[in-house]
Design a protein around this ligand. Structure first.
Ligand code: ADP
Length: 486
Protein backbone atom coordinates (compact mmCIF):
# COMPACT_ATOMS: atom_id res chain seq x y z
CA UNK A 1 0.00 0.00 0.00
CA UNK A 2 1.37 3.42 -1.01
CA UNK A 3 0.39 6.56 0.87
CA UNK A 4 1.24 10.16 -0.10
CA UNK A 5 0.97 12.30 3.02
CA UNK A 6 0.53 16.01 2.24
CA UNK A 7 1.16 18.44 5.05
CA UNK A 8 1.96 22.10 5.56
CA UNK A 9 4.19 21.46 8.61
CA UNK A 10 6.28 18.67 10.08
CA UNK A 11 8.46 18.49 13.21
CA UNK A 12 11.33 19.39 13.40
CA UNK A 13 11.49 20.84 9.89
CA UNK A 14 8.81 23.50 10.30
CA UNK A 15 6.28 23.72 13.08
CA UNK A 16 3.45 26.03 14.12
CA UNK A 17 1.40 23.61 16.21
CA UNK A 18 0.19 20.06 16.72
CA UNK A 19 -0.12 19.26 13.01
CA UNK A 20 3.67 19.28 12.81
CA UNK A 21 3.97 16.65 15.55
CA UNK A 22 1.36 14.44 13.93
CA UNK A 23 3.00 14.79 10.51
CA UNK A 24 6.22 13.49 11.98
CA UNK A 25 4.98 10.82 14.35
CA UNK A 26 2.06 9.27 12.42
CA UNK A 27 4.05 8.53 9.22
CA UNK A 28 6.82 7.12 11.43
CA UNK A 29 4.34 4.78 13.14
CA UNK A 30 2.77 3.81 9.81
CA UNK A 31 6.15 3.02 8.30
CA UNK A 32 6.97 0.89 11.33
CA UNK A 33 3.71 -0.98 10.66
CA UNK A 34 4.90 -1.78 7.13
CA UNK A 35 3.17 0.97 5.11
CA UNK A 36 4.99 2.55 2.15
CA UNK A 37 4.55 6.25 2.92
CA UNK A 38 6.15 9.47 1.69
CA UNK A 39 5.56 13.04 2.86
CA UNK A 40 5.18 16.17 0.72
CA UNK A 41 5.68 19.59 2.31
CA UNK A 42 6.77 23.08 1.27
CA UNK A 43 10.44 23.98 1.39
CA UNK A 44 10.07 26.82 3.87
CA UNK A 45 12.96 28.93 5.13
CA UNK A 46 12.61 26.98 8.41
CA UNK A 47 13.15 23.67 6.61
CA UNK A 48 16.36 24.96 5.03
CA UNK A 49 17.56 25.84 8.53
CA UNK A 50 16.35 22.74 10.38
CA UNK A 51 16.96 19.86 7.96
CA UNK A 52 20.30 18.10 8.44
CA UNK A 53 20.50 17.50 4.70
CA UNK A 54 18.53 18.38 1.60
CA UNK A 55 19.23 17.00 -1.86
CA UNK A 56 17.85 17.75 -5.29
CA UNK A 57 15.84 14.99 -6.96
CA UNK A 58 16.75 16.57 -10.31
CA UNK A 59 13.03 16.82 -11.18
CA UNK A 60 11.54 20.15 -12.19
CA UNK A 61 7.89 21.12 -12.59
CA UNK A 62 5.96 23.86 -14.31
CA UNK A 63 2.87 24.88 -12.31
CA UNK A 64 0.37 27.51 -13.44
CA UNK A 65 -0.82 29.94 -10.77
CA UNK A 66 -2.61 33.22 -11.61
CA UNK A 67 -2.11 32.43 -15.27
CA UNK A 68 1.65 32.52 -14.85
CA UNK A 69 3.96 29.50 -15.12
CA UNK A 70 6.08 28.84 -12.01
CA UNK A 71 9.09 26.61 -12.41
CA UNK A 72 9.86 24.66 -9.27
CA UNK A 73 12.24 21.92 -8.34
CA UNK A 74 11.57 18.98 -6.06
CA UNK A 75 14.04 18.55 -3.25
CA UNK A 76 14.19 15.74 -0.78
CA UNK A 77 15.16 14.98 2.81
CA UNK A 78 14.29 12.37 5.41
CA UNK A 79 12.47 12.59 8.71
CA UNK A 80 12.25 9.67 11.17
CA UNK A 81 13.24 7.36 8.32
CA UNK A 82 10.42 8.60 6.07
CA UNK A 83 11.22 10.32 2.74
CA UNK A 84 10.06 13.93 2.64
CA UNK A 85 9.68 15.60 -0.76
CA UNK A 86 10.09 19.34 -0.51
CA UNK A 87 8.35 21.64 -2.96
CA UNK A 88 10.55 24.63 -3.59
CA UNK A 89 9.44 28.15 -4.39
CA UNK A 90 11.27 30.88 -2.53
CA UNK A 91 8.77 33.56 -3.44
CA UNK A 92 6.06 31.61 -1.60
CA UNK A 93 7.95 29.82 1.14
CA UNK A 94 11.16 31.65 1.99
CA UNK A 95 9.45 33.79 4.63
CA UNK A 96 9.66 34.52 8.36
CA UNK A 97 6.47 32.62 9.23
CA UNK A 98 4.52 29.66 7.86
CA UNK A 99 1.04 31.17 7.50
CA UNK A 100 0.72 34.51 9.20
CA UNK A 101 2.57 37.28 11.00
CA UNK A 102 1.35 38.52 14.43
CA UNK A 103 -0.72 41.04 12.43
CA UNK A 104 -2.59 38.58 10.24
CA UNK A 105 -2.48 35.98 7.48
CA UNK A 106 -0.32 36.28 4.40
CA UNK A 107 -2.55 37.67 1.66
CA UNK A 108 -1.52 35.07 -0.92
CA UNK A 109 -2.18 31.96 1.20
CA UNK A 110 -4.70 30.62 -1.34
CA UNK A 111 -2.11 30.71 -4.09
CA UNK A 112 0.71 29.42 -1.89
CA UNK A 113 -1.13 26.29 -0.82
CA UNK A 114 -2.94 25.67 -4.11
CA UNK A 115 0.50 25.80 -5.68
CA UNK A 116 1.94 23.43 -3.09
CA UNK A 117 -0.93 20.94 -3.51
CA UNK A 118 -0.79 20.98 -7.31
CA UNK A 119 2.99 20.69 -7.31
CA UNK A 120 2.81 17.73 -4.90
CA UNK A 121 0.40 15.90 -7.22
CA UNK A 122 2.54 16.63 -10.26
CA UNK A 123 5.60 15.53 -8.29
CA UNK A 124 3.96 12.14 -7.62
CA UNK A 125 3.72 11.71 -11.39
CA UNK A 126 7.27 12.69 -12.29
CA UNK A 127 8.63 10.66 -9.39
CA UNK A 128 6.51 7.67 -10.39
CA UNK A 129 4.97 7.44 -6.92
CA UNK A 130 1.42 6.26 -7.59
CA UNK A 131 -0.41 6.41 -4.25
CA UNK A 132 -3.37 4.27 -3.25
CA UNK A 133 -4.37 7.06 -0.89
CA UNK A 134 -3.51 10.73 -0.84
CA UNK A 135 -3.81 11.65 2.82
CA UNK A 136 -4.34 15.39 3.17
CA UNK A 137 -4.34 17.48 6.32
CA UNK A 138 -6.39 20.61 7.03
CA UNK A 139 -7.36 23.32 4.55
CA UNK A 140 -3.86 23.89 3.23
CA UNK A 141 -3.86 20.60 1.34
CA UNK A 142 -7.63 20.01 1.15
CA UNK A 143 -7.71 20.86 -2.56
CA UNK A 144 -6.06 17.56 -3.52
CA UNK A 145 -9.37 15.62 -3.41
CA UNK A 146 -10.98 18.49 -5.35
CA UNK A 147 -8.30 18.39 -8.05
CA UNK A 148 -8.56 14.62 -8.22
CA UNK A 149 -12.26 14.89 -9.03
CA UNK A 150 -11.82 17.79 -11.48
CA UNK A 151 -8.62 18.33 -13.44
CA UNK A 152 -7.21 14.84 -12.79
CA UNK A 153 -10.56 13.13 -13.33
CA UNK A 154 -9.45 11.53 -16.59
CA UNK A 155 -5.84 11.01 -15.56
CA UNK A 156 -4.86 7.36 -15.71
CA UNK A 157 -2.09 7.85 -13.20
CA UNK A 158 -4.56 8.51 -10.37
CA UNK A 159 -7.23 6.10 -11.51
CA UNK A 160 -6.92 3.95 -8.39
CA UNK A 161 -6.08 6.75 -5.98
CA UNK A 162 -8.48 7.59 -3.15
CA UNK A 163 -8.34 10.35 -0.57
CA UNK A 164 -8.51 10.82 3.17
CA UNK A 165 -8.86 14.27 4.72
CA UNK A 166 -7.82 14.69 8.33
CA UNK A 167 -9.24 17.76 10.04
CA UNK A 168 -6.90 18.88 12.79
CA UNK A 169 -8.77 22.10 13.45
CA UNK A 170 -12.07 23.02 11.85
CA UNK A 171 -11.75 26.69 12.76
CA UNK A 172 -9.17 27.22 10.03
CA UNK A 173 -10.88 26.61 6.68
CA UNK A 174 -9.07 28.55 3.98
CA UNK A 175 -11.81 30.95 2.89
CA UNK A 176 -10.99 33.18 -0.09
CA UNK A 177 -12.78 35.30 -2.68
CA UNK A 178 -14.40 33.44 -5.55
CA UNK A 179 -12.25 35.31 -8.07
CA UNK A 180 -9.39 33.11 -6.84
CA UNK A 181 -10.94 30.04 -8.51
CA UNK A 182 -9.49 30.41 -12.04
CA UNK A 183 -6.15 31.47 -10.57
CA UNK A 184 -5.73 28.13 -8.80
CA UNK A 185 -6.69 25.79 -11.58
CA UNK A 186 -10.44 25.48 -10.91
CA UNK A 187 -13.39 26.88 -12.81
CA UNK A 188 -16.67 28.41 -11.78
CA UNK A 189 -18.62 25.20 -12.40
CA UNK A 190 -17.52 24.18 -8.90
CA UNK A 191 -18.87 27.38 -7.35
CA UNK A 192 -22.17 26.16 -5.95
CA UNK A 193 -23.53 25.04 -2.63
CA UNK A 194 -22.61 21.39 -3.25
CA UNK A 195 -19.07 22.47 -4.19
CA UNK A 196 -16.64 25.07 -2.86
CA UNK A 197 -19.13 27.91 -2.44
CA UNK A 198 -19.34 29.25 1.13
CA UNK A 199 -21.38 32.39 1.80
CA UNK A 200 -20.28 33.99 -1.46
CA UNK A 201 -16.65 32.94 -1.09
CA UNK A 202 -14.77 29.70 -1.69
CA UNK A 203 -13.77 27.38 1.12
CA UNK A 204 -10.88 24.94 0.63
CA UNK A 205 -11.78 22.77 3.61
CA UNK A 206 -15.38 22.44 2.50
CA UNK A 207 -14.09 21.25 -0.88
CA UNK A 208 -11.90 18.69 0.86
CA UNK A 209 -14.80 17.40 2.96
CA UNK A 210 -17.13 17.02 0.00
CA UNK A 211 -14.68 15.54 -2.50
CA UNK A 212 -12.64 13.21 -0.27
CA UNK A 213 -13.54 9.56 0.12
CA UNK A 214 -13.22 9.66 3.87
CA UNK A 215 -12.82 12.31 6.58
CA UNK A 216 -11.47 11.97 10.06
CA UNK A 217 -10.80 14.30 12.93
CA UNK A 218 -8.30 13.80 15.67
CA UNK A 219 -10.49 12.64 18.54
CA UNK A 220 -13.84 10.84 18.82
CA UNK A 221 -15.47 13.63 20.84
CA UNK A 222 -14.42 16.34 18.37
CA UNK A 223 -15.84 14.20 15.51
CA UNK A 224 -19.23 14.49 17.21
CA UNK A 225 -18.85 18.12 18.29
CA UNK A 226 -18.15 19.41 14.78
CA UNK A 227 -21.52 18.14 13.59
CA UNK A 228 -23.18 20.75 15.82
CA UNK A 229 -23.70 24.44 15.15
CA UNK A 230 -21.58 25.41 18.16
CA UNK A 231 -18.40 23.75 16.89
CA UNK A 232 -19.11 23.34 13.18
CA UNK A 233 -18.12 26.86 12.04
CA UNK A 234 -20.70 26.69 9.27
CA UNK A 235 -19.59 23.26 8.01
CA UNK A 236 -21.73 21.14 10.36
CA UNK A 237 -24.18 20.44 7.52
CA UNK A 238 -21.63 19.02 5.05
CA UNK A 239 -20.00 17.09 7.87
CA UNK A 240 -23.30 15.48 8.87
CA UNK A 241 -23.87 14.44 5.26
CA UNK A 242 -20.61 12.48 5.43
CA UNK A 243 -22.35 10.01 7.77
CA UNK A 244 -20.20 7.06 8.79
CA UNK A 245 -17.45 8.37 6.49
CA UNK A 246 -16.56 10.83 9.23
CA UNK A 247 -14.82 9.31 12.24
CA UNK A 248 -12.56 10.36 15.10
CA UNK A 249 -9.12 8.82 15.53
CA UNK A 250 -7.26 10.02 18.59
CA UNK A 251 -3.79 11.43 17.94
CA UNK A 252 -0.80 9.96 19.67
CA UNK A 253 2.60 11.40 20.54
CA UNK A 254 6.03 10.06 19.70
CA UNK A 255 7.14 8.28 22.88
CA UNK A 256 10.78 8.25 21.72
CA UNK A 257 10.86 12.00 21.24
CA UNK A 258 8.94 12.79 24.42
CA UNK A 259 10.63 10.65 27.04
CA UNK A 260 11.68 12.05 30.44
CA UNK A 261 14.13 9.17 30.84
CA UNK A 262 16.11 10.10 27.72
CA UNK A 263 15.24 13.70 26.89
CA UNK A 264 18.50 15.66 26.51
CA UNK A 265 16.70 18.99 26.60
CA UNK A 266 15.73 18.77 30.28
CA UNK A 267 17.92 19.37 33.36
CA UNK A 268 17.67 15.88 34.86
CA UNK A 269 16.23 12.66 33.47
CA UNK A 270 13.68 10.77 35.50
CA UNK A 271 11.13 8.02 35.42
CA UNK A 272 8.27 6.87 37.57
CA UNK A 273 10.84 5.14 39.81
CA UNK A 274 12.89 8.23 40.63
CA UNK A 275 10.49 11.13 40.71
CA UNK A 276 12.72 13.16 43.03
CA UNK A 277 14.70 13.99 39.90
CA UNK A 278 11.60 15.64 38.46
CA UNK A 279 11.82 18.18 41.26
CA UNK A 280 15.31 19.17 40.11
CA UNK A 281 13.77 20.15 36.79
CA UNK A 282 11.28 22.35 38.58
CA UNK A 283 13.82 24.11 40.78
CA UNK A 284 16.33 24.71 37.99
CA UNK A 285 13.68 25.94 35.59
CA UNK A 286 12.25 28.35 38.15
CA UNK A 287 15.71 29.63 38.94
CA UNK A 288 16.54 30.09 35.25
CA UNK A 289 13.31 32.01 34.72
CA UNK A 290 13.66 34.17 37.83
CA UNK A 291 10.63 32.63 39.54
CA UNK A 292 11.36 32.73 43.26
CA UNK A 293 10.74 30.36 46.13
CA UNK A 294 10.54 27.17 44.05
CA UNK A 295 10.72 24.92 47.11
CA UNK A 296 7.42 26.22 48.43
CA UNK A 297 5.36 26.90 45.36
CA UNK A 298 3.41 24.90 42.83
CA UNK A 299 4.57 25.48 39.26
CA UNK A 300 1.91 25.68 36.56
CA UNK A 301 3.03 25.48 32.93
CA UNK A 302 1.46 26.64 29.68
CA UNK A 303 2.94 25.84 26.25
CA UNK A 304 0.58 27.02 23.59
CA UNK A 305 -0.21 28.86 20.43
CA UNK A 306 -1.58 32.16 21.66
CA UNK A 307 -4.96 32.04 19.96
CA UNK A 308 -8.54 32.57 21.09
CA UNK A 309 -9.13 28.80 21.10
CA UNK A 310 -6.68 28.24 23.93
CA UNK A 311 -8.57 30.10 26.69
CA UNK A 312 -5.75 32.45 27.69
CA UNK A 313 -8.35 34.94 28.83
CA UNK A 314 -9.41 32.42 31.50
CA UNK A 315 -5.80 32.12 32.64
CA UNK A 316 -5.60 35.90 32.75
CA UNK A 317 -8.75 36.07 34.89
CA UNK A 318 -7.59 33.59 37.51
CA UNK A 319 -3.86 34.43 37.59
CA UNK A 320 -4.20 36.70 40.65
CA UNK A 321 -5.98 33.98 42.65
CA UNK A 322 -3.46 31.39 41.52
CA UNK A 323 -0.52 33.48 42.62
CA UNK A 324 -2.18 34.15 46.01
CA UNK A 325 -2.83 30.43 46.47
CA UNK A 326 0.85 29.56 46.08
CA UNK A 327 1.05 28.86 42.36
CA UNK A 328 3.73 30.32 40.08
CA UNK A 329 3.14 30.35 36.36
CA UNK A 330 5.29 29.99 33.27
CA UNK A 331 3.79 30.70 29.84
CA UNK A 332 5.59 29.87 26.61
CA UNK A 333 3.76 30.83 23.46
CA UNK A 334 3.43 32.93 20.38
CA UNK A 335 0.59 33.99 18.15
CA UNK A 336 -1.93 36.78 18.21
CA UNK A 337 -0.63 40.11 19.45
CA UNK A 338 -3.53 40.70 21.88
CA UNK A 339 -2.77 37.44 23.71
CA UNK A 340 0.97 38.05 23.64
CA UNK A 341 0.29 41.43 25.30
CA UNK A 342 -2.09 39.83 27.81
CA UNK A 343 0.52 37.27 28.89
CA UNK A 344 3.27 39.87 29.09
CA UNK A 345 1.02 41.99 31.27
CA UNK A 346 0.67 39.12 33.74
CA UNK A 347 4.42 39.03 34.11
CA UNK A 348 4.46 42.77 34.80
CA UNK A 349 1.68 42.52 37.41
CA UNK A 350 3.18 39.49 39.17
CA UNK A 351 6.97 39.72 38.87
CA UNK A 352 8.89 36.70 40.16
CA UNK A 353 5.59 34.74 40.18
CA UNK A 354 4.69 34.77 36.50
CA UNK A 355 7.15 34.45 33.62
CA UNK A 356 6.07 34.83 29.99
CA UNK A 357 8.28 33.88 27.09
CA UNK A 358 7.02 34.94 23.67
CA UNK A 359 8.51 32.73 21.02
CA UNK A 360 8.69 29.20 19.73
CA UNK A 361 11.24 27.18 21.66
CA UNK A 362 11.15 23.40 21.75
CA UNK A 363 13.97 23.09 24.27
CA UNK A 364 12.24 25.38 26.72
CA UNK A 365 8.95 23.59 26.07
CA UNK A 366 10.50 20.28 27.15
CA UNK A 367 11.87 21.98 30.29
CA UNK A 368 8.40 23.30 31.07
CA UNK A 369 6.73 19.90 30.64
CA UNK A 370 9.40 18.35 32.89
CA UNK A 371 9.49 21.13 35.48
CA UNK A 372 5.78 21.85 35.93
CA UNK A 373 3.60 20.34 38.64
CA UNK A 374 0.43 21.12 36.71
CA UNK A 375 -0.21 21.94 33.05
CA UNK A 376 -3.04 24.27 32.06
CA UNK A 377 -5.25 23.79 28.98
CA UNK A 378 -8.53 25.66 29.54
CA UNK A 379 -9.38 25.54 25.82
CA UNK A 380 -12.63 26.82 24.36
CA UNK A 381 -12.46 23.82 22.05
CA UNK A 382 -9.67 21.32 21.40
CA UNK A 383 -9.69 18.93 18.41
CA UNK A 384 -7.28 16.59 20.20
CA UNK A 385 -4.56 18.48 22.02
CA UNK A 386 -1.06 17.15 22.31
CA UNK A 387 0.05 19.38 25.17
CA UNK A 388 -1.90 17.39 27.74
CA UNK A 389 -0.50 14.10 26.40
CA UNK A 390 3.07 15.35 26.60
CA UNK A 391 2.36 16.74 30.07
CA UNK A 392 1.08 13.32 31.20
CA UNK A 393 4.24 11.67 29.92
CA UNK A 394 6.34 14.09 32.00
CA UNK A 395 4.17 13.81 35.10
CA UNK A 396 2.80 17.36 34.91
CA UNK A 397 -0.84 16.98 35.92
CA UNK A 398 -3.22 18.43 33.31
CA UNK A 399 -5.98 20.84 34.33
CA UNK A 400 -8.27 20.98 31.32
CA UNK A 401 -11.67 21.97 30.07
CA UNK A 402 -13.93 19.08 29.16
CA UNK A 403 -13.99 19.46 25.38
CA UNK A 404 -12.84 17.49 22.32
CA UNK A 405 -9.69 15.46 22.80
CA UNK A 406 -9.20 16.84 26.31
CA UNK A 407 -12.42 15.07 27.30
CA UNK A 408 -11.21 11.85 25.64
CA UNK A 409 -7.84 11.80 27.41
CA UNK A 410 -8.20 13.40 30.85
CA UNK A 411 -10.43 12.26 33.67
CA UNK A 412 -10.88 13.83 37.10
CA UNK A 413 -8.73 12.38 39.86
CA UNK A 414 -10.84 10.63 42.48
CA UNK A 415 -9.26 10.68 45.93
CA UNK A 416 -11.25 7.66 47.13
CA UNK A 417 -10.58 5.28 44.25
CA UNK A 418 -7.19 6.77 43.35
CA UNK A 419 -8.22 6.78 39.70
CA UNK A 420 -7.96 9.64 37.21
CA UNK A 421 -5.18 11.61 35.58
CA UNK A 422 -6.02 15.27 36.02
CA UNK A 423 -8.60 17.90 36.85
CA UNK A 424 -11.49 18.67 34.54
CA UNK A 425 -13.97 21.53 34.44
CA UNK A 426 -16.94 21.96 32.16
CA UNK A 427 -18.21 25.53 31.79
CA UNK A 428 -15.87 28.09 30.25
CA UNK A 429 -15.89 30.38 33.30
CA UNK A 430 -13.14 31.67 35.61
CA UNK A 431 -15.10 30.29 38.55
CA UNK A 432 -15.10 26.70 37.27
CA UNK A 433 -11.49 26.90 36.15
CA UNK A 434 -10.45 28.23 39.54
CA UNK A 435 -12.38 25.50 41.29
CA UNK A 436 -10.45 22.85 39.30
CA UNK A 437 -7.19 24.59 40.20
CA UNK A 438 -8.19 24.59 43.88
CA UNK A 439 -8.98 20.88 43.72
CA UNK A 440 -5.48 20.32 42.37
CA UNK A 441 -3.97 22.33 45.24
CA UNK A 442 -5.90 20.22 47.79
CA UNK A 443 -4.49 17.01 46.35
CA UNK A 444 -1.02 18.52 46.02
CA UNK A 445 -1.04 19.14 49.78
CA UNK A 446 -1.48 15.42 50.44
CA UNK A 447 1.82 14.09 49.22
CA UNK A 448 0.89 10.42 48.89
CA UNK A 449 -2.22 11.24 46.86
CA UNK A 450 -0.24 13.57 44.63
CA UNK A 451 2.38 10.91 44.05
CA UNK A 452 -0.35 8.46 43.09
CA UNK A 453 -1.80 11.01 40.66
CA UNK A 454 1.56 11.78 39.05
CA UNK A 455 2.16 8.07 38.61
CA UNK A 456 -1.28 7.63 37.05
CA UNK A 457 -0.34 10.35 34.56
CA UNK A 458 2.98 8.80 33.66
CA UNK A 459 1.40 5.38 33.23
CA UNK A 460 -1.05 6.54 30.55
CA UNK A 461 -0.28 5.30 27.07
CA UNK A 462 -0.97 7.76 24.26
CA UNK A 463 1.64 6.42 21.90
CA UNK A 464 0.68 5.90 18.24
CA UNK A 465 0.40 2.11 18.20
CA UNK A 466 -3.39 1.87 18.56
CA UNK A 467 -4.27 4.90 16.44
CA UNK A 468 -1.90 4.02 13.57
CA UNK A 469 -3.83 0.74 13.19
CA UNK A 470 -7.06 2.69 12.83
CA UNK A 471 -5.56 4.81 10.03
CA UNK A 472 -4.46 1.62 8.27
CA UNK A 473 -8.02 0.28 8.47
CA UNK A 474 -9.30 3.44 6.81
CA UNK A 475 -6.62 3.28 4.08
CA UNK A 476 -7.53 -0.36 3.43
CA UNK A 477 -11.19 0.46 3.10
CA UNK A 478 -10.51 3.31 0.66
CA UNK A 479 -8.18 1.09 -1.35
CA UNK A 480 -10.72 -1.71 -1.53
CA UNK A 481 -13.44 0.64 -2.72
CA UNK A 482 -11.19 1.97 -5.49
CA UNK A 483 -10.38 -1.55 -6.63
CA UNK A 484 -14.09 -2.41 -6.78
CA UNK A 485 -15.12 0.67 -8.73
CA UNK A 486 -12.54 0.42 -11.49
P1 ADP B 1 -2.37 23.11 18.47
O1 ADP B 1 -2.11 22.12 17.39
O2 ADP B 1 -3.77 23.60 18.50
O3 ADP B 1 -1.39 24.23 18.48
P2 ADP B 1 -1.69 20.95 20.32
O4 ADP B 1 -1.80 20.84 21.80
O5 ADP B 1 -2.37 19.88 19.52
O6 ADP B 1 -2.20 22.39 19.90
O7 ADP B 1 -0.17 20.93 19.89
C1 ADP B 1 0.69 21.94 20.25
C2 ADP B 1 2.10 21.46 20.03
O8 ADP B 1 2.93 22.59 19.76
C3 ADP B 1 2.68 20.78 21.26
O9 ADP B 1 3.68 19.90 20.85
C4 ADP B 1 3.32 21.98 22.00
O10 ADP B 1 4.35 21.56 22.85
C5 ADP B 1 3.85 22.77 20.83
N1 ADP B 1 3.97 24.22 21.04
C6 ADP B 1 2.97 25.14 21.02
N2 ADP B 1 3.48 26.36 21.23
C7 ADP B 1 4.80 26.23 21.38
C8 ADP B 1 5.88 27.16 21.62
N3 ADP B 1 5.66 28.46 21.73
N4 ADP B 1 7.15 26.68 21.70
C9 ADP B 1 7.36 25.35 21.58
N5 ADP B 1 6.40 24.43 21.36
C10 ADP B 1 5.13 24.87 21.25
Amino acid sequence: MKIAFLTSECTPLAKAGGLADVSASLPKALKKAGIDIVIFMPLYRHVKKNATWIEDTGEKLKIWIKGEPIITSIKKTENNGVTVYLIENDEFFDRDYLYSTPYGDYSDNAHRFAFFTTASMEAMKVLGYRPNVIHVNDWETALAPVYLCTKYNQDNFFVKTGTLLTIHNLAYQGVFSKETLPEIGLDYSIFHIGGLEFYGNINFLKGGIIFSDFVNTVSPTYAEEIKTERFGYGLEGVLRVKGERLIGILNGIDYDEWDPQKDKRIYANYSIENLSQKNINKLKLMEELGLEDGENRILAGVVSRLAEQKGLDLIYSVAGDMVKSGISLVILGMGEKRYEDMCMELERIYPRRVKTIIGFDEILSAKIYAGSDVFLMPSRYEPCGLGQMIALRYGAVPIVRKTGGLKDTISEFDRTTGEGNGFVFEEFTPLEFLSAIKRSIDIYMEKSLWLKLVKNCMQCDFSWDTSAKKYIEVYERIMKEKEEVK
